[in-house]
Design a binder for this molecule. Structure first.
Ligand code: CIR
Length: 259
């Protein structure tokens, strides 16, 4: 069983969205198209049964649309992060204001810890935490200690040698307690031994960042093999256009906090 989600926090992109951080060379995103893709994403979440709350626009932080990086939410506990990119540190404050009334207990990663929510792959009651160029060992240690209070275990996966992904969840996601989706570089990781892993075809690596939301699995549009493989395993994929967010190193999961 995966969680039943009832709510999502999102933040629409701002007109200066193209000024955010990116490592991919896919050209500048188009703001109008990004806004339309974001609106369609919100509609998809609503169609999955979630009430969607939009946080105020934050033009000072062009990456603030990637709200997932600012908090890790498990039932009854929200852990506010300390993003690893200095330009994103200021995004957390408004998320604090939104999650505090919504989730019973709030904790916070503090210096010298850094952690991006995109590095956290929740699989049942276990968290795989990516050690990346954004998330450090100390951030992972703090998160593991906090979620232990909520009955979660945690382990770390070092992704610093995998140049193709920014965050762990760019390459490893859980669609169900019984199934992980992973890129080649992660599928054989010793910590995944014994788990059922659906390997994403090398040409479809971007699609690995799919998101289970209640009865559906949101998948990036244009990746037919993963969509077909998910269907073959009994899931119900919902393809969404993501081109403009992909240009900024963002995937489907980063655009919302679901709880
Ligand atoms: C960044 O580099 O921080 C943003 N441009 C993209 C963040 C993507 N977030 C995610 O995968 N969770």
């Amino acid at each position: 069983m995966s969680h039943v989600f009832t709510r999502a926090l999102v933040r629409p992109p701002t007109a200066n969205f193209a000024n955010g951080l990116t490592t991919v060379k896919l050209g500048a995103p188009d703001f109008v198209r990004a806004s339309a893709q974001h609106a369609a994403y919100c509609t998809a979440l609503r169609n999955c049964g979630l009430s969607v709350e939009s946080l105020a626009l934050q033009p000072t932080y062009p990456d603030a649309t990637f709200v997932e990086d600012t908090a890790v939410i498990v039932p009854g506990l929200a852990v506010l992060t300390r993003p690893g990119a200095a330009s994103r540190l200021g995004e957390v404050a408004t998320v604090r204001d939104a999650v505090t009334p919504a989730v019973g207990k709030v904790r916070e990663i503090v210096a010298p810890g850094t952690l991006d929510g995109g590095d956290v792959c929740e699989h049942g009651t276990h968290l795989f935490i990516g050690i990346s160029h954004r998330t450090n060992e100390e951030g992972a240690r703090q998160l593991a200690a906090f979620v232990a209070e909520a009955g979660y275990t945690a382990s770390t996966i070092d992704i610093r040698g995998i140049a193709s992904i920014l965050h762990l969840k760019s390459g490893l996601v859980s669609v169900d307690d019984g199934l992980l989706v992973a890129i080649d570089g992660l599928a054989s990781h010793p910590l995944l031994k014994g788990s059922d892993v659906l390997r994403v075809a090398p040409g479809e690596a971007y699609a690995a960042n799919c998101v289970r939301v209640n009865a559906r699995v949101l998948v990036a549009e244009g990746f037919p093999r993963l969509t077909a493989d998910l269907k073959a395993r009994g899931f119900n994929p919902l393809p969404l256009a993501m081109s403009e967010f992909q240009k900024m190193d963002g995937g489907l999961s980063c655009l919302s906090l679901r709880f």
